[in-house]
Write a protein of this length. Structure first.
Length: 317
């Protein structure tokens, strides 16, 4: 299982759009994908067609120890999602009082490690404990960056946070690159910002840039991905190309941890791998629960949103 966090403390840079689009693209390729909504605003949850107001349990219950992650999952667009609600804002307050708070999400994900090929975490627009949890659980981080000066301005703070995580909680974390979002090739300012990312920070820009389109704003209202809403727009093709590049990439070794950073890392004992992803039979009369195939090389079959999917039997964290 590969874990990828999409992080940028600035809001409105298409973190959620990138998370959903990459997840849907990988699901199209046959990967088993889990999306994790770490943002109390629950934009990813809403974009998947799940109403946060109707949820009894969410990622908040996982982080405070009331449920296992397998108990909160829903399915849409060939992916599973660990949804968020506004209650997730209270998780930060709860975790601040706990020892080992940076590792809570990572420990929860180990419970479902064998059920998925890739986990994508949508981080909140902050550098608080939820983002630290996501970076600690991740193998690599991708930075969505709107091509404008205000979006680039906070890049150094994000990179400092990533370096702190490498030193103290996850020495294996690597930066995969930057996704240039809302790109307008007609403006000189946009091109300069994109060039400066490489020159100033030495970060790779994942190609091609994602061009601005109103279709990205329309898709969440319908609970659709960009591939369903407007598969022919350049931005949809860009996300598919980026997903293929990321899928074929073999990560380079991360830099060694700084001296004195003892106990760093996220190594935790894992349960025996489950044999299959299963669907519950108690989903309700309005929906049909289709059985999953053991060790399936493709994502679960598409079903209507609202069918809760519990992929494996686990005990709560």
């Amino acid at each position: 299982m590969s874990v990828i966090a999409l992080a940028n403390q600035k809001g409105g840079v298409a973190k959620t759009t990138s998370t959903l689009s990459l997840g849907a693209a990988w699901a199209e390729m046959g990967d088993r994908v889990l999306l994790v909504d770490c943002d109390p605003q629950a934009a990813l949850t809403y974009s998947m067609g799940v109403d946060p107001e109707d949820l009894d349990v969410s990622l908040h219950d996982v982080l405070v120890g009331r449920a296992g992650i397998a108990d909160v999952l829903w399915e849409a667009h060939g992916c599973h999602i660990a949804p968020a609600t506004i209650d997730l804002a209270g998780s930060e307050v709860f975790l601040l009082t706990k020892t080992g708070r940076e590792f809570v999400l990572g420990r929860a994900l180990t419970k479902v490690a064998e059920a998925y090929d890739v986990v994508i975490i949508d981080c909140p627009p902050s550098l608080g404990i939820l983002t630290i949890n996501a970076l600690t659980a991740a193998d690599e981080v991708i930075i969505p960056l709107q091509c404008e000066s205000l979006s680039q301005r906070g890049m150094s703070h994000l990179l400092e946070t990533i370096e702190d995580v490498r030193q103290f909680t996850n020495p294996q974390l690597s930066i995969r690159g930057v996704i240039a979002t809302m790109f307008d090739p007609r403006t000189k300012h946009t091109r300069e910002i994109l060039s400066n990312v490489t020159d100033s920070y030495g970060l790779k820009v994942l190609e091609p840039p994602v061009r601005k389109s109103i279709r990205f704003a329309e898709a969440p209202a319908a609970g659709e991905t960009i591939f369903q809403r407007a598969p022919s727009v350049p931005g949809a093709d860009a996300y598919r190309q980026i997903a293929r590049e990321l899928r074929d990439w073999a990560p380079e070794p991360a830099p060694p941890p700084a001296a004195g950073a003892e106990g760093a890392g996220t190594s935790e004992p894992r349960n025996d791998p489950p044999e299959a992803v299963r669907s519950p039979t108690e989903a309700g009369p309005a929906h049909e629960a289709s059985a999953a195939t053991p060790d399936m090389p493709q994502p679960p079959p598409e079903r209507s949103v609202g069918v809760r999917t519990i992929p494996i039997d686990t005990e709560p964290l």
